[in-house]
Structure formats: structure tokens, C-alpha cells
Ligand binder design. Structure first.
Ligand code: GLP
Length: 240
């Protein structure tokens, strides 16, 4: 795990964004694993600007998002599909046919998990996986638990996660369940970049970097990945 502490969220966005740009320049049909949340936004701005300036084209890439809420229409303003469309996909030249999401409304979660795993495999596997981290050390929606998961599954969200995200929901209550890629699916990515900013992430970052590999801090498994970069601001790194 390569840990870098940077001064601002913008610098983190530039650094992570440039990793994505370089991946696509080296392999125009790269497979990108993408994340939602506030922390990735400067990275997505950087990627959108690089595309606008003509420095990179995303027309041949495939994207796979980490997770999606259950029991929320895909077109709802708070779905992760809408989040990605507004913050990245509408600003780059990605082909919408190559954009992949877990279906949070799939009637059979296990079949949906198999479908997603097969699509990732058909695309050739994820070249670079983007991650944020939850306050409780979750990655995607892999909440702290007694064991690590492998492929995608339906998860019941914890109170900590509901508390951190419910401010975004003003018309409907925040969903209690989500479909998420498993820890195994994340770990199979060739390269991983995790971003964390702010004091609210300091404890999770400490447990991820200094603690044992333990499913009660799902992000701690990333220490076992051969090519994982962690980009932090000083607040997120303040307990290290
Ligand atoms: C949600 C997402 C995660 C994300 C986390 C932190 O739980 N499922 O993928 O890492 O929020 O989001 P933020 O960056 O807004 O703190």
C-alpha cells in the first residue's frame, strides 16, 4: 500500500485523476471501476477537464460502478446512476453502452451478482478501481462484518452509513439496502486508488493502515493488494 499525504482535496483530485488519464492513454479500452461519494468529485472534475481539453478520450473505456441503492428507481435523483451521470458521464465522451451498474431493483440478488461478475470478466477485468472509504472503514457498501465477501451481494446498511448519507435524501427515506461489489471483486482489480479527506475519515484511515487485516475494517484488506495507492489530506491522515 503506497500512502501519499497531499495538501488539498484538489491536489488529491489531480493526482487520482491523472492516474485514470494515464491508464486510458496507455490502454484506450481500459476498464474503470468507479465510486460515488463526495470525495471522488475533484477527481471526476479533473477527468472531465482532461477530456474537454482533448488530452484523453473515454470513448472506448468500459466502466463498472461499485454499488447502487436497492428500492430506489434508477432515475431517482439520489441513485448512484444519476450521481455518476451528473458528475462524470455527461461530461466525458464515454459510450453509454459501456457503462455498467448493479441493478438495485433486481428481483434475484444472487443472479444479479453473477451477471455483474460475468460482465466484468467479459470486459477483461478492472484495470483501475477507484475507492472512497466510509467512516466505519467500509469500501463500496462492504460494511464491517465477521467475514470478507467475494462477489457482489445485497447488503443491509449500518446506522453509521445511513447517518452519513441520509442528508442527501429529502423526498424519500434513505434506502436501508444496497447492492455492492464484494471485497473479492474489488481486490481482483489490477490497480486500486483510494481517496480520503477530512477528520471524519481519520479513524477509518488509521484502522485501514495501522490495524490488522480484519473484516471489521473492510478497507484493511487493501494492504494485501499488490498495487494500491492511498491519497489522503492532512486531516484524514491526522491519526497516523
Ligand atoms: C458511500 C459509498 C462509498 C463511499 C462512501 C464515502 O457509502 N457507497 O463508496 O466511499 O459513501 O463517501 P464520501 O466520499 O461522501 O464520504
Amino acid at each position: 500500500m503506497k500512502v501519499t499525504i497531499l495538501k488539498t482535496a484538489q491536489e488529491i483530485g489531480r493526482t487520482a485523476g491523472e492516474m485514470f488519464v494515464q491508464t486510458v492513454l496507455a490502454k484506450p479500452d481500459a476498464v474503470l471501476g468507479l465510486a460515488t461519494g463526495a470525495t471522488p468529485l475533484p477527481t471526476y472534475d479533473y477527468m472531465a477537464n482532461a477530456c474537454k481539453e482533448g488530452r484523453v478520450s473515454f470513448k472506448d473505456v468500459s466502466t463498472f460502478n461499485l454499488d447502487e441503492y436497492c428500492d430506489l428507481p434508477k432515475s431517482h435523483k439520489n441513485s448512484y446512476f444519476t450521481f455518476m451521470t451528473e458528475n462524470l458521464f455527461s461530461k466525458i465522451d464515454v459510450n453509454s453502452a459501456n457503462v455498467h451498474f448493479l441493478d438495485g431493483n433486481a428481483p434475484d440478488a444472487e443472479a444479479e451478482s453473477r451477471r455483474y461478475a460475468a460482465e466484468i470478466e467479459r470486459a477483461g477485468g478492472i484495470d483501475i478501481q477507484f475507492l472512497g472509504i466510509g467512516r466505519n472503514g467500509h469500501i463500496a457498501f462492504n460494511e464491517p462484518s465477521d467475514k470478507f465477501t467475494n462477489d457482489a451481494f445485497k447488503v443491509q446498511l449500518t446506522e453509521s452509513t445511513i447517518e452519513a448519507n441520509s442528508m442527501y435524501f429529502d423526498d424519500v427515506p434513505m434506502p436501508r439496502f444496497a447492492m455492492t461489489m464484494g471485497v473479492g471483486s474489488i481486490m481482483r482489480a489490477k490497480k486500486i486508488v483510494l481517496v480520503a479527506t477530512g477528520k471524519s475519515k481519520a479513524e477509518a484511515v488509521f484502522a485501514m493502515i495501522k490495524g490488522d487485516i480484519d473484516p471489521h475494517c473492510p478497507a484493511s484488506i487493501l494492504k494485501a493488494h499488490p498495487d494500491c495507492t492511498v491519497l489522503l489530506d492532512e486531516d484524514a491522515a491526522s491519526l497516523l
